[in-house]
Design a protein. Sequence first.
Length: 175
Amino acid sequence: MLKIKDKEFIPFLTEEEIKRRVQDLGRQISKDYQGKNPLVLGVLNGVFMFFSDLMKETDISLEVSFVKVASYESTGSTGKVNDLIGLVEDIAGRHIIIIEDIVDTGLSMSHLLKLVSSKSPKSIAIVSLLLKPEALEQPIEVDYVGFEIPNKFVVGYGLDYDGEGRNLKEIYQLK
Ligand code: 5GP
Ligand code: MG
Ligand code: MG
């Protein structure tokens, strides 16, 4: 049992289970992107631990960069505006691999996909360590999924509860 602030969590995925799955994903991505020199885009903050471990399991030429998506209300008639922060590379004509920690409703990924697609990459693939199929509200296709999980809040291995828990090497589920 784990307590963070007011919530109790139970063990869900062990360090070993995560490690084995991350190895599989790294091998698969290496095989699929051999000779393509992809630009791998990590979506901060939650992805930091998965990203690092996954990159160590790849053995091909690739480039690494990180982005954040900022969301704010516009004063005009457009409503919500999403901004891509941190992308300095010219991605036109490049193979892009987006790495996320979790796809829940898919709304964040759907915004990110729009922003990345508008810069004319050659291809875009999505990798997510976790996917909650029951929570998905957007028609997002995740190309590489670590684990399909139930629609329950999880924490650890990069994922936070109210800012805490990102440093845990296992993943816990809300009790
Ligand atoms: P979306 O609903 O747009 O797919 O996910 C939005 C964001 O909510 C994710 O990037 C992640 O930061 C957060 N999120 C969704 N589900 C969980 C969860 O189970 N645990 C944690 N810690 N964050 C989550
Ligand atoms: Mg994330
Ligand atoms: Mg969070």
